[in-house]
Write a protein that binds this ligand. Structure first.
Ligand code: GLN
Length: 564
């Protein structure tokens, strides 16, 4: 009895705590990959621009506890939060667009929800009852929504992954239906993202799939307040009226989200033009501040008409997938915004370098980036690309595996330690310059067992890193098992490697640079996760600057010596 009373008090308290908080649920219909994540982030930004504090969250209907063990082919990038959760890449959009606090509570999968319920069942928390999808799973989902609704949050935006009609997403939709009933419809809003396909043969935009998808939602008991319609072509008032009538949505709630021309950062502006923010505020009866999106508009202006152009060559394993290095591409764009430059990315498959040689693929490169990764495929190609950057004085940025490869390259070609490798790829290497720490040696489980999340890093004065950060202590996010082997610190330093970032106790190498090179820096962490269009990451900012300077110098030399 006492347990129940305590639980009741707790839930009563948490309800009281967030009594003012409003909730927006974003669902998707017709097809997947409609950009629900981007749209949710854009809604977040619009509400922040009206002075509100928001929280963003995503539910993923798959059974993995998190995407940490999934292949980039399945899932694209794994985004790492400050508190060390491996999450969906949509959370990257949330952080890039808004100030929302993104933590491990910002991403729940079906697996994570069931895991929590099963643990409670084993503890005996359900006091002998039969544990079921309704109410136990749906209760757990509702509790997860409440978890991001802290006292100071005005609006929680929760995105439901997947497509309406999927078997997997049903418990989530059922939970948000119940949630709306419990909180009251004046505190909950449903936004449904849908596709309006264009048929070239008849030159028509079709609304039927949208009608069906809203029909499915209504069967479940969810009546959308706003429909955001993804479309290739502009939609006429006629079509909007038709959608409003058939889908039972007010006309002003039918919002067009046409494919953007040049940047994803246009989305908030497109939605504001149709008063989406005002519509939400009116519905929630929130007294708004005047909208201020001026910083954002400045960014768009630079993206629309950059003053110059540069190109970064990325040497990786998943160059054909747009999503595998998502945050890196975004961070490069942010750095470009800072320099008013368009940053193009040339993607080179590491294995092709192994086949055709670095010279053939990298000649003319203005800057080379080797991103993070796992597994041996393409490793030698990455090492060759790094050798090319080092020997030819081409600006270089290595991230995580990119830093580890840079150390292997340095050991092999500068220190002449021919067999040098990371023990991830060659357990028997005579020169294990990258290896596991003792505590990692004992780990047998794959999921969630890496060095994850933010760790402090002490920056050495007088280095490229210190020039970039302008600070002695930074926090950066990690996702790796292997580390630089300290046995090699002295010989590396003696041959011109600078250890410009270390863990505060000096035991872990976090950033390396080369003394005899204009801009060569590699880090064990992932700086791309902390870059925003309004606040580019200092390392990306300076790397892109180095690429601009390098190409200006190359052009000058071309003029003096003629084309090489
Ligand atoms: N595979 C390497 C490690 O586990 C690097 C990981 C990464 O680049 N994120 O240490």
């Amino acid at each position: 009895m006492q347990v129940i009373a305590a639980n009741l008090n707790e839930s009563h308290e948490s309800q009281e705590k967030s009594a003012k908080t409003k909730y927006i649920f974003v669902t998707g219909g017709v097809v997947s990959s409609l950009g629900k994540g981007l749209t949710s982030a854009a809604v977040g930004l619009l509400l922040e621009s009206r002075g509100l504090k928001i929280s963003l969250q995503k539910f993923d209907p798959y059974i993995n506890l998190d995407p940490g063990t999934m292949s980039p082919y399945q899932h694209g990038e794994v985004y790492v939060t400050e508190d060390g959760a491996e999450t969906d890449l949509d959370l990257g959009h949330y952080e890039r667009f808004t100030q929302a606090r993104i933590t491990r509570d910002s991403n729940y999968t079906t697996g994570k929800i069931y895991n929590a319920v099963i643990q409670k069942e084993r503890r005996g928390d359900y006091l002998g009852s039969t544990v079921q999808v309704v109410p136990h799973i749906t209760d757990e989902i509702k509790a997860s929504i409440e978890r991001v609704a802290s006292e100071d949050v005005d609006v929680v935006i929760s995105e439901i992954g997947g497509t309406v009609g999927d078997i997997e997403s049903l418990p989530f939709l059922e939970a948000i239906r119940q949630f709306a009933l419990e909180k009251g419809r004046d505190r909950v809003m449903f936004i449904h993202l849908t596709l309006l396909p264009y048929l070239q043969a008849s030159d028509e935009i079709k609304t039927k799939p949208t009608q069906h998808s809203v029909g499915r939602l209504r069967e479940i008991g969810i009546l959308p307040d706003i429909l955001i319609c993804r479309t290739e072509k502009e939609i006429s008032d006629e079509i909007k009226k038709k959608i409003a009538l058939f889908c039972n949505v007010p006309l002003e709630g039918v919002i067009e989200e046409k494919d953007v021309d040049f940047s994803i950062y246009e989305v908030p502006v497109v939605l504001r033009r149709q008063n989406l923010d005002t519509l939400i505020l009116d519905r929630f009866r929130i007294q708004p501040q005047k909208s201020d999106l001026s910083r954002w508009e400045e960014i768009l202006e630079i993206l629309r008409s950059p003053e110059m152009e540069t190109e970064i060559t990325l040497v990786g394993k998943y160059v054909k997938l747009n999503d595998a290095y998502k945050s890196i591409y975004e961070a490069l764009t942010h750095a470009g915004i800072f320099h008013r430059a368009l940053v193009k990315v040339k993607k080179v498959q590491a294995e092709v370098i192994e086949r055709d040689g670095a010279e053939a693929l990298l000649q003319g490169a203005k800057a080379i980036l080797v991103p993070g990764g796992f597994g041996i495929r393409g490793i030698e190609g990455k090492i060759q690309a790094i050798e090319y950057a080092r020997a030819n004085q081409v600006p270089f940025l290595g991230i995580c595996l990119g830093m580890q490869c840079a150390c292997v390259e340095f050991a092999r070609h500068v220190l002449q330690l021919e067999g040098a490798h990371s023990t991830e790829f060659d357990r028997q290497t005579p020169q294990p310059v990258i290896s596991l720490l003792e505590e990692q040696e004992k780990v047998t489980q794959m999921g969630g067992t890496m060095r994850l999340g933010a760790y402090p890093c002490q920056i050495k004065p007088g280095t490229l890193a210190s020039q970039a950060y302008g600070r002695e202590r930074v926090q950066e996010r990690h996702r790796h098992r292997y580390e630089f082997n300290n046995f090699y610190r002295d010989p590396f330093a003696g041959a011109g490697m600078i250890f410009s970032g270390l863990s505060p106790d000096g035991s872990l190498v976090e950033i390396i640079e080369l003394a005899r090179h204009p801009w060569f820096l590699a880090c064990q962490f992932h700086p791309e996760f902390k870059s925003k269009p309004v606040d580019p990451h200092p390392l990306f900012r300076d790397f892109v600057k180095a690429s601009i300077e390098y190409s200006l110098k190359a052009k000058k030399e071309e003029r003096v010596h003629g084309v090489r």
